[in-house]
Design a protein around this ligand. Sequence first.
Ligand code: SAM
Ligand code: SF4
Length: 318
Amino acid sequence: MRLLRISVTDRCNLRCIYCMPDEGVDWMAPRGDLLSPADFEAVVAAAVRIGIRHVKLTGGEPTIRPDIVEIARRVAGLGIGDLSLTTNGLLLDRLAQPLRLAGVDRLTVSCDSLQADRFEQITHGGDLAQFWRGVEAAQQAGFTRMKLNVVVMRGVNDDEVADFALLTREHPWTIRFIEYMPLGRSVLTGDDPDAAIVNNEEIMARIVDRVGPLTPIERHREAGVGPASVFTFEGARGRVGFISAMSRPFCETCNRLRLTAVGELRSCLFDGGEVNLMPALRPEPDLDHIIRLFGQCVEMRPDVHSNRGNRAMSQIGG
Ligand code: SAM
Ligand code: SF4
C-alpha cells in the first residue's frame, strides 16, 4: 500500500449531479461524531509505520471542516512524503495560504465546466468566478502544478473536453478527465445509470482532433501515485490525464486504502469490505491494533471491482 485517502467529512457545500442526489444524502453521523484531528493523526502515524508515504485529504468537501488546517498540520508532521488535498476550490481564496503553511504539498481542484451557467447547474449553485478566485489564491500560495479533475458526462459537458485540454497551453497544470462512475445514488443515476458514461478513448479522440497528437509521459514523472495515464502535446506547458475506472479498471495496480470520516477503512472505492477502526482509536489510540486492522482490510479487496458502488462518492472521498 502506498496511498491513504482520508475523507475528513461526508458533507459538502455543493451538490454535484454526478455525486449526490438532489436532496443530498443522509449524513453518516452527527457532525460531532466524525473523526477528530487526533484520530486522523493516529491513523496516519500507523500508516507511516507500514510504509504509506502519500496521504490525500478529501471528502465531501474537506475545506468546510473548521479544523481542516489543524488536521493538515498534524498529518503533515508525521513524516509522510506527500500530502495532498482534493477540493472543489470554492473556499481556497481564504484557505490556500494556511493550508500551504500547514504542510500541504499539492492541491487537486475539481471543475466540470468552463461556462458559468453550466457550472452552476452541474454543481447546483456553485459560482465559477469563485472557483477561479480560489485557483488564483492557490497559485499565489505556491501551489503551481495543480491537478484539475473533470468528470466527463455525456450530454452534459462532453463538448468541453478540448477546451479543458487547451488550458494546459497557458498553465502548468495536469487536467485529468475522469470517466463518470455510477456510484451510490446521484441525479445522474436515473433509469439507466450507464447512459452518462463517456469512455476515455472517445474523450481522447476529441482532444486529439483539436490539439494534435498526444505524447505519453512516464508515470514516475507525474507527482503523486494517481491512476491516470498522462500525456502532453505540442505547445502545452501542462499535461492531460485520463482515469478510466469504468472502461479499464486498474484494480491490479491499486495501491490505496480509503478511510471514511466515521472511521471505516474501505478496501475498494466500489463494493469491497470495510473495517471499523473506531475500536482501535478510542478511548486511546492503539497503533498496533490499527496496523492489524489495515492488514484485515487489504485481505478483503476484490480482484476486480463491481460496476456499482454501495456508497455515494461524497461519503468515500473519491
Ligand atoms: N469535494 C471535493 C471535490 O469535488 O474535489 C473532494 C471530494 S470528491 C468526492 C473527489 C473527486 O471525485 C472529485 O474530483 C469529483 O469530481 C469526483 N467524483 C465524484 N463523484 C464521481 C462520480 N460519480 N464519478 C466520477 N468521479 C466522481
Ligand atoms: Fe461535493 Fe465534491 Fe461531491 Fe461535488 S464532487 S458534491 S464538490 S463532494
